[in-house]
Design a protein around this ligand. Structure first.
Ligand code: C2E
Ligand code: CA
Ligand code: CA
Length: 760
């Protein structure tokens, strides 16, 4: 509904009437022409105009129910005043030139007008809800009412009542009522915090009543003749205030909640002292005066004390609010990292799912437990804080970063236009740099899931979890978005496990060999054996897909045994065919889980014996991990060492405890992880970037020289990398650039060719 524009005409009319009254008075005073009864015309005309203004408002403005009630009552009040003073004006013309005594009917109408106005004021809602608040407000208002009332009474009504003039009872009652309206209105409006009626409107109506104070002063000063200026000049101002109040209400809808007044009661208490002090110079005994001074002092002090207590209360209230906020924050945030906690996450996610779709990222650190166990909780805590800030930056304004607990984090995407993938990639990019003051390189796996409105919250979280595990299985630092049909890892593993069992018996597994070559001459010096699964329907399945399932189901033990035996058998064949220089070492990968198998050493012995391979040709590739510790493993490693079998530390540099592991571990060879070879060729030598990239490769080389270990650089993909590695002192390498993993037959062909050139 479009509110109509507030009309000005009533305001203008009342102002014109008031001005005309004043003008008439001036002319009348100067010339003495005309009947004095004219003075009584302005007020009824003004009151009628104000009533018309209020009526117009009721008819045409959209008003809330309480506002409508208020203005209906005000229309009646203005109207009644108009009628009352019209009757008085009629009496004035009738009695002229004598000033009229207020007829009882006029007093009745005017009194009713005041009563209705007071009633309307009283019913204006305060916008207060609690009953304690309401009581306090009533007390405060009563204090203010009586305080201000005393002052007005002392200086306004009392002199009239006790003066020599005999005032008509009607006049005194009406004046008293207008005082009551003024004080009631003003104290009320001080406590209104908001609501349907404009505060300024209420104040203006309060001011209408205060006009009565002006009248009282005139009467006291001028006696009966004061009636003329009172009627012609002072009283017509009241309808103008009324019309202005009506105009304020136009277009006013609902006031926002403001602060209610807090100082008015103190002012009122202090104000009552004013009449007391005023009577001191009068005819009182000195003891009376003493009593009055003491009372004034006491009320003053009590007021001050109250005010101090009030300030203190306000401070306590502020502190309480702050501590509530703190508690609220603690209940919804993680203490260590300051991120939102699981509870807040679930609440916000629930709200989003109700309102529309939601996207979540689950972020899991791949290596946190090892760091925590090996480097201590302090280092772990610092790392978690660093991870939190990575998430904060990664999420930016588009998401809410969350710590779910331990090393599990999440991001709730709050900006619907932003893709989960974008945020996931931002986060993973940040993980490529070392984190925290300890400069730790950690990796994360991110699962992304999106669900439409109404999806159960736990369903979405489960999807994200499945996606996160899929990311973990793809290798480090990966994100995966949930697709329909993705199954939870346990289910996947169990199914794959069942199939692998069958595949092992059916002979679907085979071993491919990747040559390890001299970077200088390109000669093959060894091979790494890599498991392959030739699935009858799904084709060649890469190890990344079945090794994790084999690990979690325990099938890695028989699978690893198969690879071990296969590598030994094949290496022995190549040795027999191409002589001792052809394959100096052959390496199967061995899972830590196999080392925990008590039969492992016997298996190795049997494999060597059955194949007829000397133990010193076998190099077991072990990936450093927490599982490489423990008494059982140490004993196994010592026994293998005693057999003459060598060990290589695979993926060296990606674990957290590479160095400390070397102390206890009888390794012979270090395999520099591919991640340190990647990009090693990119920067010009001597620049800080290049130095940073090469730092690990160089350090590993120096370390192996110091400890007398062999080195192999993994994942060489181009000649520049090979060149740079040679510069750094590496002489052996492995990678697609040199040769890809291949079936045994292909490698046999390569070895044959190499054998021929060597012979030539
Ligand atoms: P790994 O032991 O680090 O093996 C090296 C992996 O890097 C192989 O992947 C190889 O094909 C790949 N690779 C070699 N050169 C390059 C290169 O220049 N660029 C790139 N991008 N990759 C290269 P593959 O065969 O897929 O094996 C993956 C992982 O699966 C192995 O990593 C190993 O941890 C595990 N695995 C493979 N076979 C077995 C096994 O029989 N037993 C156990 N326990 N784990 C195995
Ligand atoms: Ca390996
Ligand atoms: Ca490796």
């Amino acid at each position: 509904m479009t509110a109509e524009r507030a009309p000005m005409r009533h305001v203008v009319a009342t102002l014109v009437i008031a001005a005309a009254g004043a003008l008439w008075f001036v002319v009348w005073m100067l010339t003495g022409v005309g009947p004095a009864a004219v003075a009584f015309l302005a007020l009824p005309l003004g009151a009628a105009t104000a009533a018309a203004a209020a009526f117009d408002l009721l008819r045409r403005a959209p008003l809330s129910r309480p506002a409508r009630r208020f203005w209906r009552l005000m229309t009646v009040a203005f109207g009644a005043l108009g009628v009352g003073y019209t009757i008085l004006a009629v009496a004035a013309f009738r009695d002229a030139p004598v000033l009229p005594v207020m007829p009882p009917a006029a007093a009745a109408f005017a009194g009713a007008g005041f009563l209705v106005a007071m009633w309307a004021m009283g019913r204006v809602p305060l916008g207060i809800t609690s009953s304690g608040d309401r009581w306090r407000q009533w007390l405060d208002r009563s204090i203010a009412f009586f305080g201000c009332g005393t002052v007005l009474f002392h200086f306004g009504l009392a002199p009239m009542i006790s003066g020599d003039q005999v005032w008509s009872v009607q006049a005194l009652i009406l004046l008293g009522m207008s005082f009551a309206l003024a004080i009631g209105g003003i104290t009320k409006v001080s406590y209104i915090r908001g609501g349907p009626i404009d505060r300024v409107s209420l104040r203006l109506i309060g001011l209408c009543g205060l006009v009565g104070a002006g009248v009282a002063v005139l009467m006291v000063l001028g006696g009966d003749p004061g009636t003329i200026p009172a009627q012609a000049v002072v009283m017509p101002i009241a309808p103008a205030f009324g019309a202005l109040a009506v105009r304020r209400q136009w277009g006013f809808t609902e006031a926002s909640v403001g602060r209610s007044n807090t100082w008015l009661p103190y002012l009122a208490v202090a104000a009552v002292d004013v009449p007391l002090i005023a009577v001191i110079p009068g005819a009182l005994t000195w003891t009376d005066k003493l009593v009055i001074v003491a009372s004034v002092c006491v009320t003053g002090l009590v007021t001050i004390r109250q005010y101090v207590v009030f300030r203190e209360n306000a401070r306590l209230l502020r502190e309480k609010r702050a501590s509530e906020e703190r508690l609220q924050h603690e209940a919804t945030h993680d203490g260590l990292t300051g991120l939102a906690n699981r509870a807040l996450f679930r609440r916000r996610l629930g709200e989003q799912l109700e309102a529309g779709g939601a996207t979540v990222l689950l972020v899991d650190l791949d290596d946190f437990k090892i760091i925590n166990d090996s480097l201590g909780h302090d280092v772990g805590d610092h790392l978690l804080m660093a991870v939190a800030s990575v998430l904060r930056d990664g999420a930016g304004p588009d998401g809410l970063p969350v710590r779910l607990g331990g090393d599990e984090f999440a991001v709730l995407i709050t900006e619907p236009a932003v893709l989960g993938e974008t945020v996931a990639q931002r986060i993973l990019d940040a993980f490529t740099c070392p984190l925290s003051e300890h400069r730790l390189l950690v990796h994360a796996s991110v699962g992304i899931a999106t669900a439409p409105a109404g999806t159960p919250l736990d369903r979405l979280l489960r999807d994200a979890d499945v996606a996160m595990y899929a990311a973990k299985e793809r290798g480090k630092n990966n994100w995966v978005r949930y697709r329909d049909g993705m199954r939870p890892p346990v289910v996947v593993h169990a199914q794959l496990g069942g199939e692998m069992r069958r595949a092992l018996d059916a002979g679907e597994f085979t071993v491919h060999y990747q040559p390890i070559m001299s970077l200088h001459t390109g000669r093959i010096v060894g091979v790494e054996g890599l498991a392959r699964w030739r699935h009858p329907t799904r084709g060649m399945i890469p190890p990344a897909e079945f090794i994790p399932a084999a690990e979690s189901t325990g099938l890695i033990v028989p699978l690893g045994r198969f690879v071990l035996r296969e590598v030994c058998r094949q290496a022995a064949l190549w040795l027999a065919e191409f002589g001792p220089d052809a394959v100096q070492k052959a390496g199967p990968n061995v899972s830590a889980r196999q080392l925990h198998d008590p039969d492992f050493v016997a298996d190795v012995q049997a494999a060597l014996a059955d194949a007829g391979l000397p133990a010193d040709r076998l190099v077991l590739e072990l990936t450093e991990s927490a599982a490489l510790r423990g008494q059982q493993v140490s004993r196994t490693l010592r026994e293998l060492h005693a057999l003459g079998v060598r060990m290589a530390l695979d993926d060296f540099g990606t674990g957290e405890s590479s160095l400390s592991l070397l102390r206890a571990f009888p390794a012979a060879i270090i395999k520099l992880d591919k991640s340190f070879v990647d990009g090693i060729e990119l920067d010009a030598p001597g620049t800080p970037e290049a130095d940073a990239r090469q730092a690990v490769a160089r350090a590993v080389m120096q370390l192996s020289l110091a400890l007398g270990l062999g080195t192999v650089a993994e994942g060489i993909e181009n000649q520049q990398q090979a060149d740079r590695l040679i510069e750094l002192g590496y002489s052996l390498g492995q990678g697609y650039h040199l040769a890809r993993p291949m079936p045994a037959a292909e490698l046999t062909a390569l070895l044959a060719a190499q054998h021929l050139t060597a012979a030539a």
